[in-house]
Design a protein around this ligand. Structure first.
Ligand code: UDB
Ligand code: ZN
Length: 184
């Protein structure tokens, strides 16, 4: 089981590397890692497990964050309707995106960052992602809202990019042109 001890923090060189593509069909070992990553995000949102194991409740995790420099991400988001959106993907790639941007009004944080970094993180409002799932199927997913933001945050980790790299240094709360504000 993945716990906070397995999650590397900013300053660790792996977080700044470009992760390697995972050869498909995925090896059993890579599938196991990805299943564990999805288990982390699910467990961490369960108040009992989060408390028992000291897990910071997360909605997404990228393999480099557990010091595995491979292109794998896990996401688990429960929307306003209570519907669950779970993804465990190999080699996710943004194949197209809207011109419109979006951002979380409360900014972003990261399981690998133990401090608050205030500011607006501009993201694309809508993205289309191609990837391979745990069943070995090619998937083509369209995302918007919080899910689009989480996907971009996790895919950034695969490219060595941290959320605060996107914050305008001179004016952290500079609203991007043509952007939707998302209030969580
Ligand atoms: C998170 N959680 O998991 F909009 F119900 C963050 C942490 C760092 C604060 C734990 C989070 O944003 N939860 C959240 C957001 C909502 C509504 C809601 C819960 N991550 C994952 C991460 O670090 N992955 O690498 C950071 C998020 C910032 C924007 C998207 C991912
Ligand atoms: Zn992160």
């Amino acid at each position: 089981m993945i716990t906070m001890e397995d999650i590397i923090r900013e300053g660790h060189p792996t977080l700044r590397k470009v992760a390697e593509e995972v050869p498909i069909p995925a090896l059993e070992k890579d599938k196991e890692t990805l299943v564990k990553m999805l288990d982390y995000v699910k467990n961490s949102q369960d108040p009992e497990k989060s408390e028992k194991y000291g897990l910071r409740p997360g909605i997404g995790l990228a393999a480099p964050q557990i010091n595995i420099s491979k292109r794998m991400i896990a996401i688990h988001v429960v929307d306003e309707k209570g519907e669950q959106h779970s993804y465990a993907l190999f080699n996710p790639k943004i194949v197209s995106h809207s011109l419109e941007k979006s951002y979380l009004t409360s900014g972003e944080g990261c399981l690998s960052v133990d401090r608050a970094v205030p500011g607006i993180v501009p993201r694309y409002a809508r993205i289309r992602v191609k990837a391979t799932n745990l069943e070995g199927e090619q998937v083509d997913i369209r995302l918007k809202g919080l899910l689009a933001i989480v996907f971009q945050h996790e895919i950034d980790h695969l490219n060595g990019i941290m959320f605060y790299d996107h914050i305008n240094e001179a004016n952290p709360f500079q609203e991007p042109e043509n952007a939707i504000a998302i209030d969580r």
